[in-house]
Design a binder for this molecule. Structure first.
Ligand code: ZN
Length: 433
């Protein structure tokens, strides 16, 4: 009898845990990238550039970098389109090389690493050996205790299209208080597929919180947004998004009025909205949205920055992206227009680069954004400089230069974060001199 009772309990327990598993981990389609390859081409004529733009529009290709003349253009091509696209490259004498032989191999390795890392830690603990979701990062940041020397506070400055909190964390040692205080803004994860961005920005937050030698916090307040775009939540799971344009790798915000429309947030700022390097085609990777500020993630960030000028004397704005290893200086919108403060901005950028390179020898290209990568409009760095009047505005593009691209393995998080930390700290010290 006892035997039957035990068996019954076991069976009930098993069935219960099975359904609990199913309920807590609903089966959601995971995107496969089998046979997808990443090719690098360098358009050397305007005709070749046009061919790339036409290929992008007609084939739903995923451009990992924007097409610009004489620039490396990295393009992910689906398995079934590889032959056709390579034939077109040959026809127009576009030189190409393979950067990533099989995207799925890298994605699967990352997916595996994230899953294996999960059981060994608490939900609100993160480290820098794996990539984390929005929920995990925010739970960690909310539980940060910085002790007596550093004061951390957080604020919800808005809500994403899907209702997630947009959160900023402020680090200060407000012992001396000129008001407004010199302030620096650092944000990450505009683009959900740039996983190294939140990993690096959280490393910076952790250092601000725990490193007693950060005496610059006596003189400068640092505001950090680890995740500008909470759509990141889905990207770490490599899920499929179905849009009216077909399948998309998540990296852009979901438009609040229409979940099937994905907008590129770094084209949605009002300054020079709709200019070069943007598209009004909803299916383009550079879709700018129906109008400036259409995306709550973008509008709320800008409103918050502007609304805080009573307490914050904004002196630096650094937005952390990947990849390519650049420190980019406005303007982005044009390849010939330079800001009045460009020489000073370039000096600080060059010094930040030296500080970063000194750590692991990683070089970063420093220069004018519009000339280096080709014009892109409606961007955060241009808006921060021109409208928010923050002189030292930059875009960091972190590792690497294309070997892994957006799929940088987690083993590179710590070295990437270590070097980036030095650039950010250099800026924090510099702006109070
Ligand atoms: Zn980006």
């Amino acid at each position: 009898m006892l035997k039957y009772i035990i068996i019954t309990i076991c069976v009930v327990g098993f069935v219960e845990s099975f359904f609990w598993e199913l309920w807590s981990n609903p089966i959601i389609p995971v995107r496969e990238f089998n046979g997808h390859k990443v090719y690098r081409v360098v358009p050397e004529t305007l005709e070749q550039l046009d061919v790339l733009k036409w290929l992008e529009a007609d084939n739903d290709l995923d451009f990992w970098t924007d097409a610009a003349i004489y620039q490396n253009v990295d393009i992910m091509i689906q398995k079934d389109k590889v032959n056709e696209i390579l034939n077109t490259f040959k026809e127009y004498e576009i030189q190409y090389q393979v950067m990533i032989e099989d995207v799925e191999t890298l994605v699967a390795a990352e997916r595996h690493a994230i899953e294996n890392h999960k059981p060994s830690r608490r939900f609100d603990e993160i480290d820098w050996y794996s990539y984390y979701s929005y929920d995990e990062i925010i739970a960690w940041a909310d539980s940060l205790d910085c002790g007596e020397n550093v004061d951390i506070s957080s604020q919800v400055y808005g809500s994403s299209s899907e209702g997630r909190d947009l959160k900023v964390y402020k680090f200060t040692n407000g012992s001396s208080d000129p008001n407004p205080r010199p302030s620096m803004w650092v944000d990450g994860t505009f683009h959900a597929r740039e996983w190294i961005s939140p990993a690096t920005v959280t490393y910076f937050m952790n250092d601000l919180c725990r490193n007693p030698s950060n005496t610059f916090l006596n003189d400068v307040d640092i505001y950090v947004v680890p995740i500008v775009n909470p759509d990141y939540e889905f990207s770490t799971n490599f899920l499929v998004t179905w849009t009216e344009c077909g399948e998309k790798q998540e990296r852009i915000t979901i438009h609040p009025l229409d979940a099937s429309v994905l907008v590129y947030p770094n084209r949605n700022f009002e300054f020079k909205f709709g200019g070069n390097g943007t598209s009004n085609d909803k299916c383009s990777n550079n879709y700018r949205g129906p109008n400036a500020w259409s995306e709550p993630e973008v509008r709320s960030l800008a409103e918050y920055l502007i609304s805080t000028t009573n307490s914050a004397d904004w002196r630096a704005y650094i937005t952390v992206h990947s990849y390519g290893q650049y420190i980019l200086i406005p303007y982005s919108f044009d390849n010939e227009t330079f800001p009045a403060d460009f020489p000073e901005m370039e000096n600080l950028a060059t010094d930040m680069e030296s500080a970063m390179k000194a750590i692991h020898g990683t070089p970063f290209t420093v220069g004018h954004s519009g000339s280096i990568l080709g014009p892109t409009s409606g961007c955060a760095d241009d808006w921060a400089y021109e409208v928010a009047n923050i002189t030292y505005s930059y875009t960091y593009e972190l590792r690497d230069t294309g070997r892994f691209g957006f799929l940088l393995p987690a083993q590179y998080i710590i070295p990437t974060a270590e070097e980036t930390l030095e650039g950010l700290k250099y800026a924090a010290r510099f702006i109070t001199l």
